[in-house]
Design a protein around this ligand. Structure first.
Ligand SMILES: C[S@@+](CC[C@H](N)C(=O)[O-])C[C@H]1O[C@@H](n2cnc3c(N)ncnc32)[C@H](O)[C@@H]1O
Length: 262
C-alpha cells in the first residue's frame, strides 16, 4: 500500500487547544531556534497553525510556511491578520516544493517527518531550497521517556498491533532517522533539549485523545478496532493508575537538532 501524507485538516479547529505548549516553553524554543539559526530567511515545512512559526514572525523574521492542510494554514492566516503581521503561507507538499533552489537560510521542520511517506525526500527538498551555509532545524516535543503520556501511547500501540492494526513510524524514530540522514549528507549536527517542563494529565483525557481521534495515529484505525483498543487500554489504566480522573504530573521536553550545511 502506498502511504500518503497525513493532512491535519480534520483537527485544524482543535489543534491549538490540544497541542499548545506553555507560553514560557514556546519562548524558550523560539529563542533557541533563532540563537542557533540566526535571523535570515526562514522556511517552515508543515507549518500548521503557526504554533512555532507565529512567534518567529513576531520577532520580525521573514518567514514562509508550507503545509498540505488548507485548514491549518487558514488558522495561521487568522493569527497573522489578528497580529497585523505578514508571512508567506503556501499550500504545498513538502516533498515537492514550488520554490526555487537556494532561497532560504533556515529550513525548519517540527513534528512532520513521521507523517510523510518519504521523510528523506522532504529533507532533500529542504536541502535543495537551502542556501549555503544554511541550517536545517528539526524539532520535536514528544513526551519524555517514562512519562505517563509515553507509557500509555506505547501500550496503545502494542494493543493496536495485537489487534492487527500496527501504527506508523513514531515521532522519535523519524527525528533520529532525519539526523542520521543529514549527518550522512555531511551536515554538522547539534542536538539539545531546549525546554523541559511538567505537564499535568489525567489518564481519562489521554484515553479520550485516542477515543475521539484527536491524535493522528488513530485516523487510519477502523472504528471497531479503535473502540476495542481504547477499552483494553482503559482497563489497564484503571489497574495502573486507579482513578482515571486523578491528576498526574509528568515530564515533557522539546528537543532541537540543528544541522549546518556548508
Ligand atoms: C503535527 S502538525 C505540526 C505543525 C507545526 N509544525 C507545529 O509544530 O505545530 C503536522 C503538520 O504537517 C502537515 N503535513 C503533513 N504532511 C505534509 C506534507 N507532505 N507537506 C506539507 N505539510 C504536511 C500537516 O497538515 C500538519 O499541519
Amino acid at each position: 500500500m502506498t502511504r500518503e501524507s497525513i493532512s491535519f485538516d480534520p483537527v485544524a479547529a482543535i489543534y491549538d487547544q490540544t497541542r499548545a505548549l506553555p507560553p514560557s516553553v514556546t519562548d524558550a524554543v523560539v529563542r533557541a531556534i533563532v540563537e542557533r539559526c540566526g535571523r535570515g530567511l526562514y522556511l517552515e515545512l508543515g507549518a500548521g497553525t503557526g504554533r512555532i512559526g507565529m512567534p518567529i514572525v513576531e520577532m520580525g523574521i521573514r518567514y514562509t510556511g508550507v503545509d498540505i492542510s488548507e485548514a491549518m494554514l487558514a488558522a495561521f492566516r487568522q493569527k497573522l491578520r489578528f497580529g497585523d503581521r505578514e508571512a508567506d503561507l503556501i499550500r504545498a507538499d513538502a516533498a515537492r516544493l514550488p520554490l526555487p533552489d537556494a532561497s532560504f537560510d533556515t529550513v525548519l521542520v517540527v513534528h512532520v517527518l513521521h507523517l510523510v511517506p518519504d521523510a528523506r525526500q522532504v529533507l532533500r527538498e529542504g536541502m535543495r531550497v537551502l542556501r549555503r551555509p544554511g541550517i536545517v532545524a528539526l524539532g520535536r516535543n514528544d513526551d519524555t521517556a517514562g512519562s505517563v503520556t509515553n507509557q500509555m501511547r506505547g501500550r496503545w500501540r502494542e494493543i493496536l498491533a495485537d489487534l492487527g492494526s500496527p501504527s506508523r513510524r513514531d515521532g522519535l524514530s523519524a527525528y533520529e532517522g532525519a539526523i542520521q540522514f543529514l549527518e550522512g549528507m555531511g551536515a554538522e549536527v547539534r542536538q539539545d533539549v531546549v525546554a523541559e517542563w511538567t505537564r499535568e494529565v489525567k489518564p481519562r483525557e489521554l484515553l479520550d485523545l485516542y477515543r475521539n481521534r484527536v491524535v493522528s495515529e488513530s485516523w487510519p484505525v477502523p472504528d471497531e478496532v479503535l473502540s476495542e483498543s481504547v477499552r483494553k487500554l482503559e482497563r489497564e489504566a484503571e489497574r495502573e493508575y486507579g482513578d482515571l480522573d486523578r491528576h498526574i504530573e509528568t515530564p515533557a521536553s522539546f528537543c532541537l537538532a540543528t544541522a549546518r550545511l556548508d
